[in-house]
Design a protein around this ligand. Sequence first.
Ligand code: PEP
Ligand code: MG
Length: 754
Amino acid sequence: MTPISPARAILRALHDVMASSTSAQAKLNAVVAVVAEQLDSEVASIYLLRDGVLELFATKGLAQAAVHVTRLAMGEGLTGLIAATREPLNLAEARAHPDFAYKPETGEETFHSFAGVPIIRREASVGVLCVQHADPREYAEIEIEVLQTVAMVLAELIAGAGLIDDVAAAKARSAASGPVRLAGLKLVDGLARGTAVFHQPRVVIEHTVADDIEAERARVYGAFIRMREQIDGMMKQVEFAGGDTADVLETYKMFAYDEGWSRRINEAIDSGLTAEAAIDRVQQRTRAKMRAIPDPYLRERLTDLDDLSNRLIRIVSGQLGSAACSGLRGDTILLARNLGPAELLEYDRRVLKGVVLEEGSLTAHVTIVARAMGVPVIGRVGDLRTTIADGDELLVDGSAGAVLVRPSAAMLKSFAATSAVKARRQAEFAKLRDLPAVTTDGTRIALMMNAGLRDDAAALDATNADGIGLFRTEFQFLVSATLPRRERQTALYRAVLDAAGHRPVVFRTVDIGGDKAVPYMRDVAHADENPAMGWRALRLALGRSGLMKVQARALLEAGAGRTLDIMFPMVSEPWEFDAARALIEEQRDWLIGKGRALPTAVRYGAMLEVPALAEVLDVLLPKVDFLSIGTNDLTQFLFAADRANPALADRYDWLSPAILRFLRRIVVLAGAHATPLTVCGEMGGRPLEALALMSIGIERLSITPAAIGPVKAMVRSVDLGRVRAEMTRWLAVGNPTIRTDLVALADAAGIVLG
Ligand code: PEP
Ligand code: MG
């Protein structure tokens, strides 16, 4: 017997059954007859989930009187066990198994051997297909595979006939799988409850039995070519290069070109499956084999292969969109290996409540965007696909860095308690809204907020921030499928200025490139080996001056009648600032020529994100109206540690002497020139880090709106002179334990760290 012949014979027979115009019940009866005959079994039975229990729907070999009478709960008996675990069972002696449950009405006492497989739809068990035999023999592996293939066909048949209810099935699966706590890394704080939605949804296979084997072979062949092209393309795109992602792509490539994989899919097609069903069948088989290997490295590779199989099925079935394209139906927790900021922004903010990533890091732009959206994010959570299914209930606990999957009543209760504490704390922060951010020894700290989306401006009033210290204009570019037109840019800037009223708004000109890739500029943004240090931000903007000119006009027109603050990102040498400023002034002259209304004044600032600029501040500072330190980029360049690389996320500390000394030098130089200086990186939004910054002389912070309350509470509890004195001592000796020492000092001095 060749490995594929039993499957082929059975699928041929099933093809006729499926094509017949008989009732669903008649089809089920025909399927059990075909299975019993082809597997040379005395019994073949189908149990389906109805009202939460497994009901015998069709049998060949057991008493017909038991049909629609014999019922088993999920987890009850061998059948219930298979449905609950979604794993096959293959037993020479069924009675010897501790879960065996005897059902007298079936007359099954004469049978010894038993094999069964789950019938799975949308990753939930919806029934069980099983065979029994009088002789105590174990079924061969190939026979189990045949049963699994038939189970796939049955899933299609019963869904098409409306014999199962998908929602009930999902609930049954959740109940069967039980609650799980997954630990990860807190990237954005907050609490959220919602339904699991994978960014790349699994495709539901609608047709399993092929009408034309050659046509299916051609489809899968074409899909392989496209998939390989996509992977090769990704490898070339520097956006994906470096760190873990490069390793993942290497593995993808290895699988994508693996002859064994494509051969097994072709064999499954030979047996009579459609291309989608064949890819899925091979994947299920591989998954089962790899799961048995206890090596964590191989388990991770399994996720890669899952991703790739899913990609191949999406290509072959033409279902290419992410979950964002199909719309979210209720409160949602989004799950993904990783996401780009633009991908995240495609989701509806009203229902997107939380994000869980397998990768992710604190200063990656997707995290910053989520923070701006007020969406909690947990990163570096392993095994998402194997533990969570679409539709599972999830709790995201940002403070604990954990995801609770299918929470138990006790978990829900403790989550509600945490939410209440959090709400109380929020209420405490809200009470500080109208109080100034002044230390106990009288230093006023300006607390501005970071923004990038139109709705963010509402947070100005909620937090009573001193203004917007960083408006990331590129967010509008990231959400658009095409380059935003000038009118749209003007409208956004004007709306933000209107909302800000008398408070200042610092518009940062576009910072695209790096991990902020926009689809319509792939040509320029992706040509880099190392995009964070490549053709991004001001470099790209000066190179594509058309883009910058349009933005300059939009800003100047929006700022008519008021003071306009414009800041340039990634200035590396003073001449770049000059060039950018000249470009804006040129547009201003042009608008004057046209008689248009203009800002009453324009203030120009530079971001200090590239260490080299710190060495020439004596040249730069006389030219600028203000300076803002982008610690996200600056620190990645100081330590040569990619801000988006999760493996490096914990390695270097923002509170290291190197970073703090470097920042202090800038404070001193800016002070000497009386240049207003702000820190606008994520660092400033964390109370302990903000305290360290204040202790080296920083008096202006631009931070995420949610951090204003906690940071203000800290500011108002600090005797800054005392901390400053300690910090000066620590920096003088290069103290390697500033973090722990500062926490201890804060504890002793009663400083509120949230
Ligand atoms: C920074 O680099 O610190 C910064 C504020 O800019 P972005 O995070 O947008 O690169
Ligand atoms: Mg930056």
